[in-house]
Design a protein around this ligand. Structure first.
Ligand code: DGL
Length: 260
């Protein structure tokens, strides 16, 4: 591995671009290749084995592109497949999990909300982390059915989205949560709408910045940081609609359709 090789990033779709943005801010010299597996979104309702197969497909493509490290920019993929990936490939993998720990440590009302996919909330990794940190805390778990589909269909800002979120937040607001954990990389794009719907005292946490910091730490540990002072040009591939990913990234990026 050399430090000039790209970092590979994949998600079940366009949501992981929220993680790409954090990585690109912290590590602007790193070359990145992003795969949006939108044709197979959502991963959330699929079983563990199906999720592992999709992660293997994405990983194989990124390894063919010579990536030095892979960021699994999807909570559902991480909680179901990262152990498999780490034991079957030698490249380092960075995963993302819902930030339950900081929410559990900081709550004053002793109630926190977690919005994530079914695949994440029913995974063993999630239960393990949750059990470790949430003794004596009320945890309101909510599956975000339909949210990823709306985002993947270009309906981030829609009345349908607002109505869904109202339903999902209602039990959390009734339980007096003071922290809402976003356990899916599509959800940071909902923050403006969530802030409108939540009481003012509720803080929203996601794991994007932590993933970028961890990516940097691992690159340093393996002596793989790109030390060139040239700003890298990222490459985005989607097997879905180009306009959906472009609407989240802006027009100034190279996005290509790829049947991977
Ligand atoms: N962005 C994925 C995550 O973080 C969405 C999963 C899905 O496709 O259901 O979990």
């Amino acid at each position: 591995m050399t430090n000039k090789q790209p970092i590979g990033i994949f998600d079940s779709g366009v949501g992981g671009t929220s993680i790409w943005k954090e990585i690109n801010t912290l590590l602007p010299n790193e070359q990145t290749i992003y795969l949006a597996d939108s044709a197979n979104a959502p991963y959330g309702p699929k079983g563990k084995n199906a999720i592992i197969d999709l992660c293997v497909k994405n990983t194989e493509y990124l390894l063919k592109e010579n990536c030095k490290l892979i960021v699994v920019a999807c909570n559902t993929a991480t909680t179901n497949a990262i152990d498999y990936l780490r034991s079957n490939y030698t490249v380092p993998f960075i995963g993302i999990e819902p930030a339950i720990k900081p929410a559990a440590l900081q709550t004053k009302t002793n109630a926190i909300g977690i919005l994530a996919t079914k695949g994440t909330l029913t995974s063993e990794l999630f239960s393990k982390t949750s059990n470790l940190f949430t003794n004596n805390i009320k945890v309101i778990e909510q599956i975000g059915n339909g949210i990823v589909e709306l985002i993947e269909n270009g309906k981030l800002q829609s009345d349908e989205m607002k109505s869904l979120l109202r339903v999902y937040l209602d039990p959390m607001i009734k339980a007096n949560i003071d922290y809402l954990v976003l356990g899916c990389t599509h959800y940071p794009y909902l923050i403006p709408m969530l802030l409108e719907l939540l009481p003012k005292h509720v803080k929203i946490i996601d794991s994007g910045e932590a993933v970028a910091r961890q990516t940097k730490a691992v690159l340093e540990r393996y002596d793989m940081l790109n030390t060139l002072s040239i700003k890298a040009k990222p490459q985005f591939y989607t097997n879905g609609a180009i306009e959906v990913i472009t609407s989240l990234l802006g027009e100034n990026f190279d996005v290509d359709y790829l049947d991977f």
